[in-house]
Design a protein around this ligand. Structure first.
Ligand SMILES: [Zn+2]
Length: 236
């Protein structure tokens, strides 16, 4: 089995236009910098992410699309946006099939997605995307599931960001940390300077770095193919 860090193709799913940058931006930059092909797929359009009543949902969605494009360019990753409604309703089966199509088209070795089993995760978009993508990771490898012009594709595993139980810490170089910060800063509609959420997240990344013996690290829960019932060349 191909180790997750030695792979050449990755697909990261983000419920909203900033989640992947916050949860795994440094790691995505590191992988892209090493020459891997990385696709970032943003599921919803982020149209609810404001407290400004004068900003229309449509204007905000369009603004967030531009912010996501700039952030993806900084991380060195490709960008795909499903444009589904922020806050739902997200139909589980439709979303799962959409994710299967993306997986079969991009053919990633490993997938990144937010952990849908994070205790007390209040946001239904995060739970819905994490669960639909986890299922898509296994279904995309089944020959009789939604057969079409793209053949089945079995991923090697899934790395869950914002994990309930972290078991992988990825050390970030200074360059990866800088790219991560810069990519997050692209989301100006969401974060101002000195945002307390970002300060807390930075502290957490530094704590994780201390645990990994470095400056900063992002945390993941890794489930390999066999843990997720994903069929491989030799079966389950
Ligand atoms: Zn989110």
């Amino acid at each position: 089995m191909l180790e997750w860090h030695a792979a050449s193709r990755y697909l990261a799913f983000s419920p909203h236009p900033d989640d992947a940058e916050l949860g795994c931006g440094g790691t995505l930059h590191q992988l892209a910098r090493r020459g891997a092909d990385v696709l970032l797929t943003v599921v919803t359009d982020g149209r609810l992410g404001t407290r400004d009543p004068t900003l229309s949902p449509e204007t905000l969605a369009s603004l967030r699309k531009e912010e996501a494009s700039r952030a993806a360019a900084i991380l060195g990753v490709e960008l795909e946006m499903f444009g589904l409604p922020d806050g739902g309703p997200l139909n589980h089966y439709d979303l799962r099939d959409r994710a299967v199509r993306s997986i079969r088209a991009w053919r990633p070795d490993y997938i990144f997605v937010c952990d849908p089993w994070l205790r007390y995760e209040a946001h239904s978009d995060h739970r819905a995307v994490g669960l639909a993508v986890s299922e898509a990771a296994l279904l995309s490898g089944l020959v009789h599931y939604a057969p079409g012009d793209r053949g089945p594709w079995a991923v090697q595993g899934v790395l869950f960001y914002f994990p309930q139980d972290a078991d992988v810490l990825i050390p970030l170089s200074r360059r990866d940390q800088a790219a991560r910060r810069e990519a997050i800063a692209c989301h100006r509609s969401q974060f101002g300077a000195g945002d307390p959420y970002l300060t807390r997240l930075d502290e957490q990344i530094r704590r994780q770095g201390a645990a990994a013996g470095c400056d900063a690290a992002e945390a993941f829960h890794l489930r390999l193919r066999t843990d997720l019932h994903i069929p491989g060349p030799a079966g389950f």
